[in-house]
Write a protein that binds this ligand. Structure first.
Ligand code: DX5
Ligand code: ZN
Length: 218
């Protein structure tokens, strides 16, 4: 089984001191920095874009995991990769027919690539692109906001992806995002997710280091 990695989402950080926040995550045992990019069109919220990724790149050696919740991601993935994103993930629901070619664009730009599915999208829908993915992101809330309640049914998607990888000899990471807490992390890891995103659970905690180890089950 793969080692569990924690990717705190800076969506719940204090945007006025993003550099310090990211350094604190690094000191507290985070494995990746999850960057939620929202355009106000694909989701009903707006966050930040390429410039933030470029500036965060200077503040941390941790991999920057960029979750693009934007329409027409194919227009921007190359620039996110160039800005320093290590992993760029794009939504099946935003790409439709262009999912495969968008993943290829990310790869060609030198970053790792991944597909994301919303809670109401069965993982079977992306079966054809799974051999291309370094990571698959299963949303366990509808994207747009931090602090929402975990949707347990989405673990079916995690189980499907874990079995599919075993059956087809694939080694993509399975990331889960939304409502993850130390209380449900055990179930989520058991289902087969090995990269856990946590926004509010980490940023609202008085002891970030303790929450990150609890999420890892340590
Ligand atoms: C939701 C974002 C998540 C979110 C997670 O659209 O993709 O990454 O920040 O936040 P929590 O852990 O608070 O649900
Ligand atoms: Zn996210």
């Amino acid at each position: 089984m793969k080692e569990t990695k924690i990717a705190p989402s800076v969506l719940s950080a204090d945007f006025s001191k993003m550099g310090e926040e990211v350094k604190s995550l690094e000191a507290c045992g985070a494995d990746l920095v999850h960057c939620d990019v929202m355009d106000g069109v694909f989701v009903n919220n707006i966050t930040f874009g390429i410039k933030m990724v470029e500036d965060l790149r200077k503040c941390t050696a941790l991999p920057l995991d960029c979750h693009l919740m934007i329409v027409h991601p194919e227009k921007y993935v190359g620039r996110f990769a160039k800005a320093g994103a290590d992993i760029v993930t794009v939504h099946y629901e935003a790409c439709g027919e262009t999912l495969k070619s968008t993943l290829e664009l990310i790869r060609a730009a030198g970053a790792k690539c991944g597909a994301v599915i919303n809670p109401d999208t069965p993982a079977e829908k992306i079966a054809d692109v799974l051999p291309l993915c370094d990571m698959v992101l299963v949303m366990s809330v509808f994207p747009g906001f931090g602090g929402q309640k975990f949707i347990g049914e989405t673990l079916e998607n995690v189980r499907f992806l874990r079995n599919f990888a075993a059956e087809h000899g694939l080694s993509y990471d399975i990331e889960i995002d939304g409502g993850i807490t130390p209380e449900n992390a055990g179930r989520v890891r058991e289902a087969g997710a090995n990269v856990l995103v946590a926004g509010s659970a980490v940023f609202r905690a008085p002891d970030r280091r303790a929450v990150i180890s609890a999420l890892k089950g340590k």
